[in-house]
Design a protein. Sequence first.
Length: 333
Amino acid sequence: MASEAPTCDRCGSERAVIYQPHTGRRLCLKCFEEDIVERVRREIERWGMLRLGKTRLLLALSGGKDSLTLLYVMAQLHDVNRMAVLTVYEGAGGGYRLREIENLKRFAKSYGVDVEVVSFRDYIGAELAELVRAAREAKLGVKPCTICGTLRRRIINWYARLHGFEKVATAHNLDDEVQTLYMNILRGDLDGMLRLHPLAPTLSDKLVPRIKPLRKIYEWETAALAYLKGWRLPVEACPLITEEASLRAHIREVLYRLEWRQPGFLLRVLENFDREMLPLVKQLYGKPRLPLCEKCGEPTSYGRRVCRVCEIIDALREKLSRPLTLAEPRPQR
Ligand SMILES: [Zn+2]
Ligand SMILES: [Zn+2]
């Protein structure tokens, strides 16, 4: 029982503050932090995600618990002069994202890292709330999260390429990865599934390779770290999220039950995936390059002539008061 043995199982001296079900250990805060940092370092080195201390790294962050954890860990493992933070301001309505961004800026500044903010308006000329309204009027049948995700990914890659970053790191955690893995399996999307592998190739020279250093860290661990470190976190959620009963939400629920019954389940699933899928991932290296969009020249999916971003722009152009166009590349800093 945790209450009867308050000493850390790792260092044997400090008072334990956390129980880690997948290892069965009770840990003090210092050992818990070190455990996370070490596991991230191992994952980075195992797959050659980046050259620690050398690679020019862009951290694409929102400002939530996972974001702060990634920044905190990378500030210890990597050279802070070789990294910058980008956050995309969507403009979903309500002030919560602005508070989150201010919070992220303060946090990053304490590690000497700059935060660059690029908004949907900067890139496309309209905010997400306007795009969603126009999409409803035009009966486009795309969900707010789809528009948001498509544009956000585009802006992150565009910014990273423009400013010469070699890698983009996102703060996806273990729970995110296994949920996405199951979603791809249920949809029969083998390609999408293989893309989750850390050795999956980038299929275009115009795509900056993306890495997920936290992919073996549980979501509860980033939440616990944020709580124990006393990091301030905004509690509001995006006002545009309407359907909680999404496929992802159902999968998340099932996975939590499995994890609760067999601690370490998610970790084993992703470990198996990494090992068993390796031969298939290697076959991806022979695939042709992604086609480029006829309108904007950005990479798009196989079989497409016009990318999804241009498709959204074309569909909504007349529904919005301002003309929708893509931003011109800005000069290198
Ligand atoms: Zn300890
Ligand atoms: Zn395009």
